[in-house]
Design a protein around this ligand. Structure first.
Ligand SMILES: Cc1ncc(COP(=O)(O)O)c(C=O)c1O
Length: 345
């Protein structure tokens, strides 16, 4: 039997509607910052439950622009986990800011209020909790620390914490629509969401070269827009997101029901979280026959960073995490195959 894929989600059922959307854009002749992006921004803001959405070119730019917009600049410290995708740190580094790596809970893979608080200094300009693997970091608690919180929700579209969607927990939140993400585009794409109208306006200016009207340039920004083709595709797929998250959660329940927990430690949600399972990540001291470990070299130990931070929770998470197949298309039979293969190893 062929091996179950790690990312098991297909866009095949949406093919015709995606082609229609692409055709609509190509016939319109509007490719950049037109009606599709405006409509998607409104629809995504409504879905998340915030006042504003700014579409940008990818999730990395989303973080960079959000951090700049909340006031992060050269020499400022930004507290963030090291157990994350490299882009989280890169977003601060390209601004000349200094990431200060805080530890994670090795069971939830997320920062906690205590680990963040321990890393704060008078130079801290922002905190970036990461909703890793579709679990949700405790963003609301972090807002009480008095520093702007930019939630990196790249992996958590459709997740929730205490009844609030991931993306509403900080002063702003960023998403990636990279094709493997919970809400995929047909290429790169990203978005920033916020309830703060002034912040949203700053982000709109920053995504267009530091200009509000494309004539007068009041800042130095980026050329970073979500394009019309991506927005049109995302508008087709956004209404599917909640159903997909339900499917992912059903797959997680099937893993549990079929006894995976007898062989490895099952994913643990942060308190009050309803994870979206971008990835289904268990903990195991040994390599498993299917899937793979993520972020084995955490950001603070990457060659470009080389930080001496001591982060025992991060080291444990990096050593023991193991992603098993997850996706909207996994059947009970697939899950059984994975559980049998883990059990027999
Ligand atoms: C946690 C996290 N942050 C940021 C990003 C960056 O998103 P993108 O690849 O769209 O630039 C990713 C994407 O892989 C991610 O997983």
């Amino acid at each position: 039997m062929s091996q179950v894929p790690l990312f098991a989600s297909s866009l095949e059922p949406y093919h015709d509607r995606l082609v229609e959307a692409v055709e609509r854009v190509t016939r319109s002749g509007r490719y950049i910052l037109g009606p599709e992006v405006a409509a998607f921004e409104e629809e995504f803001a409504r879905y998340i439950g915030v006042g504003h959405c700014v579409g940008v070119a990818n999730g990395t730019d989303a973080l960079t622009i959000a951090l700049r917009a909340v006031g992060v600049g050269p020499g400022d410290e930004v507290v963030m986990p090291s157990f994350t995708f490299y882009a989280t740190a890169e977003a601060a580094l390209v601004l000349g800011a200094e990431p200060v790596y805080c530890d994670v809970d090795p069971e939830t893979f997320c920062v906690t209020r205590d680990t963040v608080e321990a890393a704060l200094t008078p130079r801290t300009k922002a905190i970036v909790p990461v909703d890793l693997f579709g679990n949700v970091a405790p963003g609301v608690e972090l807002r009480e620390l008095g520093v702007p919180v930019v939630e990196d929700a790249a992996q958590a579209a459709g997740a929730a914490l205490d009844g609030r969607k991931a993306g509403t927990l900080g002063d702003a939140a960023t998403f990636s629509f990279f094709p493997s993400k919970n809400l995929p585009g047909l290429g790169d794409g990203g978005a920033i969401v916020t309830d703060d109208g002034e912040l949203a306006e700053r982000m709109r200016i920053l995504r267009f070269h530091g200009s509000k009207d494309k004539v007068t340039f009041t800042d130095v920004g980026w050329n970073s827009r979500l394009d019309e083709l991506q927005a049109a595709a995302l508008r087709v797929l956004l209404p599917e997101l909640d159903g997909w998250v339900d499917r992912r959660r059903a797959v997680a329940e099937t893993y549990e029901r079929l006894g995976l927990g007898e062989h490895v430690a099952l994913p643990r949600a942060t308190e009050g979280a309803r994870p979206a399972y971008h990835l289904y990540v268990v903990r195991s001291e040994r390599e498993l026959p299917i899937g793979r470990g993520y972020y084995r070299t955490p950001v603070h130990r990457q060659p470009a960073i080389g930080s001496a931070a001591e982060l025992p929770g991060t080291e444990e998470a990096a050593r023991t995490n193991w992603a098993l197949p997850m996706g909207t298309d996994l059947t009970e039979e697939h899950v059984r195959q994975v559980v049998d293969s883990v059990a027999g190893s």
